[in-house]
Design a protein around this ligand. Structure first.
Ligand SMILES: [Zn+2]
Length: 199
């Protein structure tokens, strides 16, 4: 999830270049390797405070393609989708020629906050966890993402406008929520590590 890369930075004391590896960023500091210097260079990590989630007006929604008036808001964390009233995304029992292809708990959509990128991520799995057994139970008729049939254990990213097809019939389009840059800016954090903290 982090965006750190191996890189080269000038030493904050002697100005000579030092190679900085990802693990140095994780440690928060790197010692200058040039003889006669040895300065401990502090490295800072920039990220977005997760408290931004408390103020978001939306976490995105699913729009039913056969009737776009039907919109289902998502919440942060785990969303179960199906026609069971215990689902967090409780859909109608859509009938097609007298048959319903949707399972009571059909799929699981997780909404996560990527604090390094400052955006919401959406993942899709077929089926849902059964509260009684704690086991994952697949849907009866399967889940497709943009035409790809999810296999057992698949957990795929849904991008904005991605199409989730449940049971081969009912299609939902993801309208992702994008956090406004002006809001992100106010939650930008920078953590610098003291060498003592890592010991
Ligand atoms: Zn140096």
């Amino acid at each position: 999830m982090t965006t750190f890369k191996n890189t080269i930075l000038p030493c904050q004391k002697c100005g000579k270049l030092i190679a900085v590896k990802v693990r140095d960023f994780e440690n928060g500091a790197i010692q200058c390797t040039h003889s006669g210097c040895g300065h401990i260079n502090q490295l800072t990590q920039a990220f977005y405070d997760e408290r931004i989630l408390l103020g978001l007006p939306s976490f995105g929604q699913l729009v039913y393609q056969q009737d776009p008036a039907l919109r289902y808001p998502l919440r942060v964390g785990v969303n179960t989708v199906g026609h069971s009233s215990s689902c967090t995304v409780h859909t109608e029992r859509f009938m097609h020629d007298g048959k319903c292809y949707l399972s009571r708990k059909h799929c699981t959509i997780e909404v996560l906050f990527d604090k390094w990128e400052g955006k919401l991520r959406y993942t899709l799995q077929d089926g849902a966890i059964e509260p009684e057994s704690g086991q994952y139970k697949n849907s009866l008729n399967g889940t497709l993402l943009n035409g790809y049939l999810l296999q057992n254990g698949d957990k795929l990213d849904i991008l904005d406008q991605g199409l989730v097809c449940l049971g081969g019939v009912d299609i939902f389009r993801l309208e992702a929520y994008f956090i406004p840059p002006s809001m992100l800016q106010t939650y930008l954090m920078s953590k610098s590590f003291e060498p003592d903290e890592t010991q």
